[in-house]
Design a protein around this ligand. Structure first.
Ligand code: KG4
Ligand code: ZN
Length: 353
């Protein structure tokens, strides 16, 4: 079984080839990721430019993924493509390409949810990674805590009420004059910063233990405003920049880790999986491992598979195909595609053991 996967939901054009024998785990034969640099000039992703860039790069990116995997188009058995959520114009490029190719080759097509892709990313590298686990999904567009008792079953424990964690990193990066994306630059700078010189609020940390709907909710926009105030009142931003980055990162990480650890305690699960672009932050995985100690292990994919990529879309797509699912020629991209198998936050939490 040879599967081609395509991801164009935001500002990465990516294609990957997965090879799989029933019923085993797939191996990654190739994964090409082309990041669109154009958005750096504007300090954030410009949707119209993203769509145009995908149009120009999708064909060479797929060609390169096939060449690296030494697979001909005609050898493919199936095609997986991100159908949402994301920028609708950007998604459309991948979906149209995938649909056209599937039709031409007369092969099955599967539309994949981007976040289900992030959940599957570690399966490509860690043979023993499997549910049940608690997932902390932290990207530029989403911040979610999920209870995953089995693949395809996702109980939403909590999400952000405003900015996503990655979005907060990006906005604070801009405030500190670090350019886009802010996450990697803040992490680097925070290493040099002194802890505690700037102590920012830990938003919604006090809801832990409340047993209400907000126990696992997040909010980052007030934190961003607190950093803005500190930047404005700083008399020497050159001197304070690293300390501000450290203060901000420590605040975000503490909230993420405490809520994830609470979910691990509530479910009794042995694994916390952290996924999405912010999972590239080494301080986050280190803080989570330290906080959880022996009670649970922390699983994080490599950086290449944490930021947006087609390999994870292929892994999730293969799971869906093996479940007997398939998308029709009427597959449409959806900016707000709901996660399949998602149960509401109010559903009872986990299995206490
Ligand atoms: O998952 P992703 O590649 O795209 C979305 O689906 O949004 O995540 C991108 C986000 C950006 O906000 C970026 O600043 C953040 O991930 N990010 C990081 C780090 N590397 C990327 N945030 C914190 N620390 C990092 N090292
Ligand atoms: Zn993503």
């Amino acid at each position: 079984m040879k599967l081609l996967a395509i991801e164009t939901s935001c500002d990465e054009t990516s294609a990957a080839v997965l090879k799989a024998d029933q019923p085993g785990r797939p191996t990654l034969a190739s994964c090409v990721i082309l990041s669109q640099d154009i958005h750096r000039v504007f300090g954030g992703v410009v949707p119209e430019l993203a769509s145009r860039a995908h149009l120009g790069t999708i064909v060479p990116v797929v060609d390169e993924a096939l060449a690296e995997a030494r697979v001909e188009l005609e050898d493919l058995d199936a095609i997986a493509v991100t159908a949402g959520p994301g920028l609708v114009g950007a998604l459309l490029v991948g979906v149209m390409y995938g649909k056209t190719l599937a039709r031409r080759l007369a092969r099955p097509l599967i539309g994949v949810h981007h976040l289900e892709g992030h959940l599957f990313a570690p399966t490509l590298e860690q043979q023993d990674f499997a549910p049940p686990f608690v997932a902390l999904l932290v990207s530029g567009g989403h911040t979610m805590l999920l209870d995953v008792p089995a693949w395809g079953q996702y109980r939403l424990l909590g999400a952000t009420r405003d900015d996503a964690a990655g979005e907060a990193f990006d906005k604070v990066g801009t405030l500190l004059g670090l350019g886009y994306p802010g996450g990697p630059a803040i992490e680097r700078l925070a290493r040099e910063g002194r802890p505690g010189r700037f102590r920012f609020p830990r938003p919604m940390l006090n809801t832990i233990g409340e047993d209400g709907p907000d126990q696992y909710s997040f909010s980052f926009s007030g934190l961003k405003t607190a950093v803005l105030r500190a930047v404005r009142t700083s008399t020497d931003l050159e001197r304070d920049r690293a300390d501000l980055a450290r203060g901000f990162q420590d605040a975000v990480l503490e909230v993420l880790v405490e809520k994830a650890a609470t979910a691990i305690e509530a479910t009794g699960y042995p694994t916390l999986a952290i996924g999405g672009g912010v999972a590239c932050n080494d301080a986050l995985s280190a803080a989570a491992s330290e906080r959880l100690g022996r009670s649970a292990r922390v699983v994080v994919a490599s950086k290449r598979l944490n930021t947006d990529n087609a390999a994870m879309i292929g892994a999730a797509g293969l799971f869906r195909l093996r479940q007997g699912e398939q998308s029709g020629a009427d597959l449409e991209p959806r900016a707000d595609l709901p996660l399949p198998g998602l149960l509401p936050a109010s559903a009872s939490i986990g299995i206490s053991r």
